[in-house]
Design a binder for this molecule. Structure first.
Ligand code: 4AZ
Length: 416
């Protein structure tokens, strides 16, 4: 008795008590983490739609036909899950392909859910599969889905990420819009908000913006290379910060439009494509924007965003963190008025901004993207920052290279 009491000295008791508390805390922490921590789970769903005839226009994701049918399918899938007990778990769906079938069109869709980490894969797959089968029948839509063809497979995170990151014009998180801003003094972009934005650098210094159109090709403005066309002096960086960038690549080749001239100063054919020396690793923060079809018409007045590291005011300095501004397309007719640009706007250009001024691209934004999200929320390259009379001046909106006008030229040089 005496010896036992002597052995349990106070400091030993303290150590035991502390160990037990720490151990319990760890166990409780682990349990809460497993119960409360959500993780993204990806699935591929494929099924036959019997009341739509296959059209060759479904081969390319950028056609109006692909967009219309995909939008209807994505709406249908959203209704299926939003009206079910999985409504809080369902995040999004994205049609990745539409393929021909003797019975109609086979749609392949990536579904993204958020489930607690503790839920087993088999259980969550079962929930998703059951809701999909049951509610596809109950949800009213004009699409006829053949129930017997529905296949649901779980994709691991890497495969799901890859599938989505390889689709152009997708933004992975939802970014809420916070008021009117301008590149000058305006709003900073967040990582992953404009994943196609690149910086083109001469001897390591930011010179221009550019847009990623594939893992080896960028599109930018021809005037960025004024005087220096040697690819060995150019690099491209990716991610919202110039320093430090997310990725950096050497340039293999610069192809400037044959009819662009540094001397004429008419800003005509201000487009160039840049081939990288090695492929970009696509992630949710760095991947491509979609190129519109040559025949696509972006209506006047639609909302677009211009992004860049350019000056906050005329003749100002570039910034380290990417900025964004919302601008509207201005008709060429208005932009060519005497008090605006008096006829300088040719069919290969488009104006965007506000006649009141204030919100605009500026020096250093050149070559960068002007983008618009279609009704599916997929982002398309509408214009390339090209020129303007200073920045944000009244009646002097930004002028952009019209991407649809040069769409076939871009294809002829890059195959994209
Ligand atoms: C430039 O010098 C420049 N306000 C780019 C865009 C605009 C003006 C100038 C549009 O690179």
């Amino acid at each position: 008795m005496d010896r036992a009491v002597r052995r349990l000295e106070p400091w030993k008791i303290a150590v035991i008590v502390v160990s037990v508390i720490v151990g319990l805390a760890l166990i409780i922490g682990l349990i809460t983490f497993l119960l409360c921590h959500d993780q993204d789970r990806y699935y591929n769903a494929s099924f036959l739609i019997t009341n739509v005839n296959y059209s060759p226009q479904y081969e390319r994701q950028t056609t109006d036909e692909f967009r219309n049918l995909s939008e209807d399918i994505e709406t249908m899938i959203s209704e299926v899950f939003r009206g079910s007990f999985l409504s809080k778990r369902y995040l999004r769906s994205h049609v990745v392909s539409l393929s021909p079938d003797p019975g109609g069109v086979v749609a392949s869709v990536v579904l993204v859910f958020k489930f607690p980490s503790a839920d087993s894969e088999a259980t969550t797959w079962g929930h998703v599969n059951r809701v999909l089968l049951r509610r596809l029948k109950a949800t009213s839509t004009y699409l006829d889905v053949d129930q017997s063809t529905v296949r649901l497979t779980e994709l691991n995170k890497e495969k799901g990420d890859n599938l989505l990151n390889n689709c152009c014009g997708i933004r992975r998180q939802a970014f809420s819009f916070t008021g009117v801003e301008r590149i000058t003094g305006g709003q900073r972009a967040r990582e992953g908000e404009w994943p196609w934005q690149a910086s083109i650098q001469l001897d390591g210094t930011h010179r221009c913006g550019a847009s990623i159109i594939s893992n080896t090709w960028l599109v930018t403005a021809a005037h960025c290379f004024r005087g220096v066309r040697d690819p060995r002096r150019w690099t491209a960086s990716f991610g919202i910060l110039l320093r430090p960038p997310k990725q950096k690549k050497f340039v293999r080749r610069i192809i400037v439009h044959e009819r662009y001239s540094d001397l004429l100063l008419d800003h005509e054919h201000d487009v160039a494509v840049v081939e990288l020396a090695s492929a970009i690793e696509f992630t949710s923060d760095v991947h491509s924007v979609c190129l519109p079809e040559a025949t696509h018409i972006f209506p006047d007045n639609i909302s677009c965003f211009v992004t860049g590291w350019g000056a906050l005011e005329n003749d100002g300095y570039s910034v380290n963190q990417l900025r964004q501004a919302e601008v509207r397309i201005i008709s060429t007719e208005i932009c060519n008025r005497r008090q605006v640009y008096g006829g300088a706007i040719t069919p290969g250009m488009l104006c965007a901004g506000y006649l009141e001024g204030q919100v605009d691209a500026c020096q250093g934004d050149s070559g960068g993207p002007l983008v618009h999200a279609n009704s599916r929320g997929i982002w398309y390259l509408v214009g390339i920052v090209s020129w303007g009379d200073e920045c944000g001046k009244r009646n002097k909106p930004g002028v952009y290279t019209r991407v649809t006008y040069y769409r076939n030229w871009i294809h002829s040089k890059t195959g994209i």
